[in-house]
Design a protein around this ligand. Sequence first.
Ligand code: PDD
Length: 283
Amino acid sequence: MSIVYLNGKYLPVEEARVSVLDRGFTFADAIYEVIPVYGGHIFRLQEHLDRLNNCLNEILIDNPFSDECWQDIFTEVLKRNQTGSDRSLYVQVSRGVSEREHLDDSDLTPTVFVMSRPVISKDYSDGVSAITHDDIRWKYCHIKATALLPSVLLKQRARQANGAIEAILIKNGYVTEGASSNVFVVRDGVAITPEKDGSVLPGVTRDLMVELLRWKGLSCEETSITETQLKAADEIWLTSSTLGVVAVVELNGAAVADGKPGKLWHKAEELYQAFKIDPSILS
Ligand code: PDD
């Protein structure tokens, strides 16, 4: 049985209860994190804690814990769910429980929830299918908000279209990101990913890939990508904590280049796997 952390207690998931008046439930007034755990090591912990802290600041919730306290909670949850497999940590912080008023001026205690799940690893080494779709989300996509209805609908549309796993989003003619991933394209040997303005989540895997590619002496730019450039790209990749880095080999039912993961993707994947085994390669 899975053991989760909820508001200071470690308990079986079936016994974990949150009030129906929790603002996470009534208003999606909450943010979250997903953190991979490979071989028992929490992957890019500091980067995930920094983003968690930034997101809490953005929505005006005081971070309830220091980085050390967060780490202790994560370690304890992992210890109590030991299975030896690769796992992920899910962290959610809501503003707390209040009457259903948009603004509540009382001193609310945030609801803090942490769980850990085994990674359901799918073999995407032959690449995946994606669709393009209008970016129907809000303007603060740098905040990892739990209000994910647009992303859920986009994923449904991707699946309905041609069994695709992701929707690559277009805003005013430019690529932003996937519904739950960041996007890279390769043009003339250069890997390009959109810059981190408010229209994308500052993905931890994205940042790592940028760092790894440059460390290896490969060209990587953070700049805008038009929809036309996406459709003419030599390669398209998706990055996220759950996917790692995967190649998109089919876009809107048409093959991307020769329909196989590209040359640069193979290098990126190799770098990512090498970093998973030994993060000190970057230091
Ligand atoms: N999603 N962009 C969006 C909109 C995302 O939801 C995610 C991750 C990413 C990639 O970020 P990172 O590399 O830090 O995982 C980009 C997670 C995995 C999720 O919602 O489950």
